[in-house]
Design a protein around this ligand. Structure first.
Ligand SMILES: NC(=O)c1ccc[n+]([C@@H]2O[C@H](COP(=O)([O-])OP(=O)(O)OC[C@H]3O[C@@H](n4cnc5c(N)ncnc54)[C@H](OP(=O)(O)O)[C@@H]3O)[C@@H](O)[C@H]2O)c1
Length: 253
């Protein structure tokens, strides 16, 4: 892959799991972007130690920014920090990676679970994309530039067609419905942002060994993220508004 085609990148939820590995692989690529903004909600806390160590190692490249994707004030402040660092430059890749799962069947899932998961997995990505859009529009205006990309990290569990395959193992009402809504958000934004030359694609990272995926998951974060970055670097306008997996295969809605 050639991640260097993206001159500046913002990743949400980047202090652990898939987000942290995205930052690492982008920073350690031979053609790394010129700026990586690593958003996380508690940059000074113990759960951000690995990200802070990585940022120290690549201090000219990685800026860790406080970003709680469910807090409009935090999103606005993060955007101001990024705007100052870009100083008139543009953002060419936004990865809406932050997400949460509260597992549960019908009896175990109530209003709080539904609202909390929806807020994190759908409202957050929408607010972040909206706030950072002006920087991405600048990227699309640059002559001869790669089309800017918004990636919404979705899940195979969003697929209505495939629901029956693993439902009994993992009903996860709140998570499944939120990721299905994230797919629709992806499709709506893909339609609206076509005029700006911005691609919007939903990506399933595979079943990955992280805090969320658990130790039984098939893939390591390294495998998942290298696949995801390969897919991202090969996206064209025909992939905008679709749901792909970490190997670039389409997943039915
Ligand atoms: N692992 C899998 O098998 C799998 C499969 C399909 C899809 N996915 C998707 O992949 C993405 C990453 O998952 P993961 O496996 O890396 O999960 P993870 O290990 O649980 O990490 C989740 C990340 O999201 C962050 N986050 C949650 N809510 C946030 C908020 N309001 N603001 C900012 N950051 C927030 C967490 O930050 P804190 O440390 O502050 O909590 C953490 O950095 C998610 O969207 C998930 O749904 C994962």
């Amino acid at each position: 892959m050639n991640p260097g085609i993206y001159n500046s990148v913002l990743i949400t939820g980047s202090n652990r799991g898939i987000g942290l590995e995205l930052v690492r692989q982008l920073a350690e690529s031979v053609t790394s972007p010129s700026q990586i903004f690593a958003g996380c909600r508690d940059p000074g806390g113990p759960r951000s130690k690995a990200l802070q160590d990585l940022a120290q190692k690549h201090s000219n490249l990685i800026t860790v920014i406080p970003l709680d994707t469910t807090d409009p004030v935090s999103i606005k402040e993060a955007s101001q920090v990024v705007g100052r660092k870009l100083s008139g430059g543009s953002l060419s890749l936004l990865i809406n990676n932050a997400g949460m799962n509260i597992p549960g069947n019908l009896q175990q899932t109530g209003m709080k679970e539904m609202v909390d998961v929806y807020t994190t997995n759908v409202v957050g990505p929408m607010l972040v994309a909206k706030e950072f859009l002006p920087y991405m529009q600048r990227a699309s205006a640059l002559p001869g530039s790669q089309m800017p990309v918004i990636i919404n990290v979705s899940s195979i569990m969003s697929s209505i067609e495939k629901c029956h395959e693993r439902f009994s193992k993992s009903p996860a009402y709140a998570y499944r419905t939120s990721k299905a809504a994230l797919n629709m958000l992806t499709r709506c934004m893909a339609e609206e942002l076509k005029k700006d030359g911005i691609l919007v694609t939903a990506l399933h990272p595979g079943l990955v060994k992280t805090d969320m995926g658990g130790p039984q998951a098939h893939l390591t974060v390294v495998e998942s993220v290298s696949g995801m970055l390969r897919v991202i670097s090969s996206l064209t306008s025909e992939h905008s508004g679709t749901l792909l997996d970490w190997e670039g295969k389409g997943i039915p809605w």
